[in-house]
Design a protein around this ligand. Structure first.
Ligand code: IPM
Ligand code: MG
Length: 391
C-alpha cells in the first residue's frame, strides 16, 4: 500500500500530536512544582464563590447558598467567610464568548478560595450548538482540581462508598483535542501521568486511613488499555504499599458495574479509586442506588482551589417545561456538606449531613418529584433549615 497519498494528513496529525504532548509535558512539570494544600485556618477570610450555571443550576445553587449562609452566618458576620456571586457561566454567554469559561468568569473564579457551582449545559457534537468544551471539565483542568470525590450512602443496605475519581487526566485531559486524521480515520487520546496517579491515590488512601476504612478497590480496564490504565494501577499500588493496614484489590470496570448491583457483595466496597472516565460512569450508577444523581454531590479538590457541585447535568428540559422550581437541591446540599468539611468546619458539615439524612431518608416530611406533585426546591431548603434548628 502506498502511504504517500496520506503524507500531508500524517504530517498534520503528527504536528497536532506533538502539540498535545508538549502541553501535557508542561502539565507534568507544573505538577512536580506544585506546593501543598491550602491551609484555610491561616486565611483571614475564606472566599466562597457561588456560580449558578444554567438550566436548573441557578435555582438549586440559590437554595444551597441560602442554607450555607444560614449555617455560616456567625462566621460571615465576623468576616471569616465571604460570599461572592459569579454570573456568566451560562450556555448563552459561553457560546457568545466562544469559550468554555469566559475570561471574566475565570478571573472571578480565580479570586475565590472555594466554589459552589451549579450544573452547566455541555454541548455535544451535532447538537447544533458550537462544540465548546464542557465548563465542568474546563474548570477542573484550569483550577487543577485533580480529585473528584463522590460519596454514596444507603444506610439501610449497609452501603457507604466513597468514589475517588481522577479528575484531570484519562479520556478527559485532551477530550476536545481529538481529530480526524483523514475523512475515514479519527483519533482521541487518553493520558495518564505518574504524578497524576500518585496524587489522587494519596488522597484516596489518606481518606481511607482517616475515616477508618480498610479497603481500597482499584477499578480500570488494564487488561485492554494496557499502558495508561496499567500505569495507573501500578502507581496506585505503590501508594497502597505505604498503607499496610488497608487492603487493596483490583477490579475491571465492567465487572465492577455488575458487582455494584450484587446486593450481597456491594456492601463490602468502601473506597473506589478510578481513572476519570470509569469514575464518571460508575459514580452515576452508584448514585442511582441512593435515589438518583439528583441526590449526589461531589467535591473537586486541588492543592490551591476546591469546587463543589452536583454530579448531574443542568436538566434544561425541566426549565423548558416550567418545572425548575421543583428541582431537587439535595445534590447541591450534599456538596455543601463536603465544602464545610473541606474548609475545616467539620462539626457544621456533620450537622448538615445529619439534617439531610433526616429529611431525605428518615423523616421524609417532603418529597421532591421534579413536578408539581412534590415539594419545591425552596420548600425543601426551608425544611432542611428547620431540621437544622432542632439539632
Ligand atoms: C460529571 C458530568 C460531567 C463529566 C459532564 C457534564 C461533562 O457527567 O460531573 O460527572 O463527564 O465529568
Ligand atoms: Mg457524570
Amino acid at each position: 500500500m502506498d502511504m504517500s497519498v496520506y503524507n500531508n494528513n500524517l504530517e498534520e496529525a503528527c504536528a497536532k500530536f506533538r502539540a498535545i504532548l508538549e502541553k501535557q509535558l508542561v502539565r507534568v512539570e507544573n505538577m512536580k512544582a506544585q506546593g501543598d494544600f491550602t491551609d484555610y485556618d491561616a486565611l483571614d477570610t475564606i472566599k466562597i464563590g457561588i456560580c449558578g450555571g444554567d438550566g436548573i443550576g441557578p435555582t438549586i445553587s440559590a437554595e444551597a447558598e441560602r442554607v450555607l449562609r444560614f449555617i455560616l452566618s456567625d462566621l460571615e458576620d465576623a468576616g471569616k467567610i465571604s460570599f461572592t456571586t459569579i454570573d456568566g457561566l451560562t450556555i448563552e454567554n459561553r457560546i457568545a464568548k466562544g469559550k468554555a469559561i469566559p475570561d471574566d468568569v475565570m478571573d472571578a473564579l480565580l479570586a475565590c478560595d472555594v466554589i459552589l457551582k451549579g450544573p452547566t449545559t455541555t454541548p455535544q457534537k451535532g447538537s447544533g450548538m458550537p462544540n465548546i468544551e464542557s465548563a465542568n471539565v474546563a474548570m477542573r483542568k484550569a483550577l487543577d482540581l485533580f480529585a473528584n470525590i463522590r460519596p454514596v450512602k444507603v444506610p439501610e443496605e449497609g452501603i457507604n462508598w466513597v468514589i475517588f475519581r481522577e479528575n484531570t487526566e484519562g479520556g478527559y485531559a485532551v477530550g476536545s483535542s481529538g481529530f480526524n486524521v483523514t475523512e475515514d480515520l479519527a483519533v482521541d487520546f487518553t493520558i495518564t501521568t505518574k504524578q497524576g496517579s500518585d496524587r489522587i491515590a494519596r488522597l484516596a488512601y489518606d481518606y481511607a486511613r482517616k475515616n477508618g476504612m480498610t479497603r481500597v478497590s482499584l477499578v480500570t480496564k488494564a487488561n485492554v488499555i494496557k499502558t495508561t490504565d496499567g500505569n495507573f494501577l501500578e502507581d496506585c499500588h505503590k501508594v497502597g504499599d505505604l498503607y499496610p493496614e488497608i487492603t487493596t484489590d483490583e477490579w475491571y470496570a465492567d465487572i465492577m458495574t455488575a458487582k455494584l448491583v450484587d446486593k450481597k457483595r456491594r456492601k463490602d466496597f468502601q473506597v473506589l479509586l478510578l481513572p476519570n472516565l470509569y469514575g464518571d460512569i460508575i459514580s452515576d450508577e452508584a448514585a442511582e442506588f441512593q435515589g438518583g444523581v439528583g441526590t449526589a454531590g461531589c467535591a473537586n479538590i486541588g492543592k490551591k482551589y476546591a469546587m463543589f457541585e452536583a454530579i448531574h447535568g443542568s436538566a434544561p428540559r425541566m426549565v423548558n417545561e416550567g418545572r425548575a422550581q421543583y428541582a431537587d437541591p439535595c445534590s447541591m446540599l450534599r456538596a455543601c456538606v463536603m465544602l464545610l468539611n473541606h474548609i475545616g468546619y467539620t462539626d457544621r458539615g456533620a450537622k448538615l449531613e445529619r439534617a439531610l439524612d433526616i429529611c431525605m431518608f428518615e423523616e421524609k416530611k417532603l418529597t421532591i418529584t421534579g413536578r408539581d406533585t412534590g415539594a419545591t426546591c425552596r420548600e425543601f431548603g426551608d425544611y432542611v433549615m428547620e431540621t437544622l434548628k432542632g439539632l
